[in-house]
Design a protein. Structure first.
Length: 244
């Protein structure tokens, strides 16, 4: 991990063997990285990803090597609280949105949306550009492979966006970032899951009262009942938390 001498090195707290970085202001820290052109991989850690990492060594190593691991999920925050460390949850979608707002009012206005079904990234970009016309947003849907993927990688290498938001699902997005971040070595890369769908208006985020009560996962299950098997990782996570 490379940290500029002028930037603070975040303290960490272990969650099932993964180090979560603790900052009062994640946004300002990332903006400083952008201004210093320091490449950064941001991992938005939740209970599901934590459990995946126990069985997926490549994912575990990717999380370990990331410059910033934020407590995205309620389970991670509760785990830390049980061990005497109170810390505010930092939802990845909100951090990414704040970064976009920063770019929309700064001299650095180029970013990238990669993921979602065909048309989703474009619609999300359009929604943001209506709010911030200065934004220059490179888009690509998540259904790209073979020669088309190689062409997409070359486009990234040529355009060099300052922020690259990858929404192709966990753990694929984290592994893809780790494998390809050398293409844009000065960029901030964030795996954003289904954020593009929400910004595009094809899905809705959980109501605020559910988010404030650590129940955002239940709304996702309501919207996507096929996720029930993946949601089984939540009770497993809390069980492991009791004995870790």
């Amino acid at each position: 991990m490379f940290i500029d001498s002028n930037l603070p090195t975040p303290s960490t707290f272990p969650v099932l063997g993964l180090q979560v970085h603790l900052l009062d202001d994640y946004l300002s820290w990332l903006i400083a990285r952008i201004e210093h052109k320091i490449g950064t991989h941001v991992v938005t850690l939740n209970a599901e990803m934590s459990m995946m990492a126990l069985e997926n060594e490549a994912l575990k190593q990717t999380i370990t090597s990331a410059e910033l691991v934020i407590p995205d999920g309620a389970g991670v925050v509760i785990y830390m609280r049980w061990r005497g460390r109170k810390h505010q949850r930092c939802p990845g979608i909100e951090l990414a949105a704040s970064l976009i707002e920063y770019l929309g009012t700064s001299n650095t206005s180029n970013l990238c949306f990669f993921g979602g079904s065909p048309g989703t990234a474009e619609q999300a970009a359009k929604a943001w550009q209506e709010k911030f016309p200065r934004l220059s947003i490179l888009t690509q849907n998540g259904y790209v492979a073979g020669a088309a993927e190689e062409e997409w990688k070359q486009t990234l290498k040529t355009k060099q966006p300052a922020v690259i938001l990858v929404g192709i699902g966990v753990p694929r997005q984290e592994l893809w970032i780790q494998e390809n971040r050398h293409l844009c070595p000065h960029a901030v890369w964030i795996g954003v899951g289904g954020s593009l769908d929400i910004w595009a208006g094809t899905k809705e985020r959980a109501p605020e009262w559910l988010r404030n009560n650590n129940l955002e996962w239940s709304y996702r299950l309501y919207q996507e009942p096929w996720r029930w098997r993946r949601m089984l990782s939540l009770p497993k996570f809390f069980w492991r938390s009791l004995w870790a």
